[in-house]
Design a protein around this ligand. Structure first.
Ligand code: NAD
Length: 457
């Protein structure tokens, strides 16, 4: 069985469904393959109408979906509402993109007319994490469908109810069999990779690497968006109060469980600057409201499960054993649910987990650098390269930093977290494999190019 329970009230069982067997996954692909042929050969306007209807269906259930995300994954209500609004926007955006050109006409050769045309790949296998239980499935499914593919979605077990409810709303707007959800864990994910014509994965680095290897062995296109260890660099000329508030929100909002959450803060300057910013950041962290994510003013809900909570607390304890200091947080409040106080640490060795790996929870490392060069070296000294932020009032410094930071997303005077759905999204180094997601990049990923030569008869 696949089940999820609320991280806020662990006795609250949200859903329990049978796990999809390999045969059931294969049957979903077979039905999708049949539906895809008619979908791809039908008019683009029909696809636009269907995706717009899906957007309306999701918008019509906005409150219910937001409440379900709050209950199932502990997302604070304000963020959950934002995720639903973004989901609607994604569907509307791709409903229009079906009308984009799908190729180009080139100068004729000696043989004759030359043009390219993009065609769908078939059935897209989508494997998604639990932390954006609505938007991530849709930012993969909407472009896949828009450009003529069918979709089989394998959601994270922890977000099964969100995925099933989303499919109940969206699937009736589409031809039968075109979109299916197969609940399950890694085994069902592997069955999806074994059957798909194109694979889009989001999740941890280890699972993404395994998925990419398996898909590549089959010769199918794959993209994997994975974890981050995202730095924010704060220069002394920045608006330090605004920087502290934004860094705290990016590090601890939704209990630090975003791939783009700030995991390290590098403060540039002497000991006085470092002490000043440390004080502001601790105050901003302590001002975050921890509690029931259904309450409107709460910004830090629980982490997803007991193991995640224990990992954050153990990492803070290990930081102290390694010579570091916990500046705030570091413990789990004595209450129901998997809560951890926003935790800020400094002074750990360069090879400590907090300086190198993603700890998916509300824990962040404060580091110091003498100048921008040292700050950028620290920022880049991790295997990941998803998002980075730099806070400064100086335009030349911000452009220089943006050029040198090894991250797919660079923000200036803005938090590492938060992305616009119509721009390419993805990371560098260990954070990503394959093409960018979202925006115009998606058309290329979910289609293949045919080069056509037409000579006179
Ligand atoms: P996870 O890797 O544990 O699981 C992700 C999905 O992969 C789930 O559906 C899971 O069942 C499936 N899976 C796991 N092993 C598999 C395998 N061997 N073969 C096929 N499928 C497999 O990740 P999670 O805990 O659900 O999500 C948290 C992680 O996701 C964090 O590392 C976070 O940074 C990352 N994330 C990245 C992005 C991004 O766009 N870069 C966005 C959100 C989350």
């Amino acid at each position: 069985m696949i089940s999820s329970s609320s991280p806020t009230q662990p006795k609250d069982l949200v859903v329990e469904v049978p796990e999809s067997s390999a045969a059931e996954v294969a049957a979903a692909f077979e039905a999708a393959r049949t539906a895809q042929k008619a979908w791809a050969s039908g008019p683009a306007a029909a696809r636009a109408t269907a995706l717009a209807a899906a957007a309306d269906a999701v918008a019509g259930a906005a409150d219910e979906l937001a409440e379900l995300a709050v209950r199932e994954v502990g997302k604070p209500l304000g963020e959950a509402k934002g995720e639903v609004a973004r989901s609607v926007a994604i569907l509307r955006y791709y409903a229009q993109q079906v009308f984009d050109p799908i190729g180009a006409v080139h100068e004729p050769s000696a043989q004759g007319l030359l043009f390219t045309r993009r065609r769908p790949l078939g059935v897209a296998g989508l494997i998604t994490p639990w932390n954006f239980p609505l938007a991530i499935p849709l930012w993969k499914a909407a472009p896949a469908l828009a450009f003529g593919n069918a979709v089989v979605l394998k959601p994270a077990p922890e977000a099964t109810a969100c995925a099933l409810r989303l499919a109940e709303l969206v699937a009736p707007c589409l031809p039968d069999g075109l979109l299916a959800v197969v609940p399950g864990d890694a085994d069902a994910g592997q069955a999806v990779v074994a059957a798909a014509d194109v694979v889009s994965f989001t999740g941890s680095v280890a699972a993404g690497n395994a998925v990419a290897v398996a898909a590549t062995k089959r010769g199918v296109a794959v993209q994997a968006e994975m974890g981050g260890q995202n730095p924010a660099i704060v220069l002394p000329d920045a608006d330090l109060d605004a920087a502290a508030r934004q860094v705290a929100a990016a590090a601890f909002g939704f209990a630090g469980q975003k791939c783009t959450a700030t995991k390290r803060v590098v403060v540039v300057g002497d000991a006085e600057v470092a002490a000043d910013f440390r004080g502001r950041l601790v105050a901003a962290a302590e001002a975050m409201v921890v509690g029931d994510p259904a309450e409107a003013d709460v910004t830090v809900g629980p982490v997803i499960d007991e193991a995640a909570r224990d990992r954050v607390v153990a990492t803070a304890e290990d930081a102290v054993r390694s010579g570091g200091r916990v500046l705030t947080g570091g413990s789990a409040p004595d209450r129901d649910g998997w809560f951890v106080a926003p935790t800020l640490v400094e002074g750990v060795p360069a090879d400590h987990t907090l300086a190198c790996d993603e700890v998916f929870g509300p824990i962040c490392l404060l580091q110091a650098a003498a100048d921008l060069d040292e700050a950028i070296a620290l920022a880049n000294a991790v295997p990941h390269g998803l998002a980075a932020a730099v806070y400064t009032r100086d335009l030349a410094t911000s452009l220089d930093a943006a050029q040198r930071l090894e991250a797919g997303l660079v923000k200036v005077n803005a938090p590492t977290s938060g992305v616009d759905f119509y721009l390419p999204f993805g990371g560098e180094k260990a954070s990503s494999i394959g093409a960018r997601e979202q925006g115009k990049a998606a058309q290329e990923f979910y289609t293949t190019t045919h080069t056509i030569t037409v000579a006179p008869a």
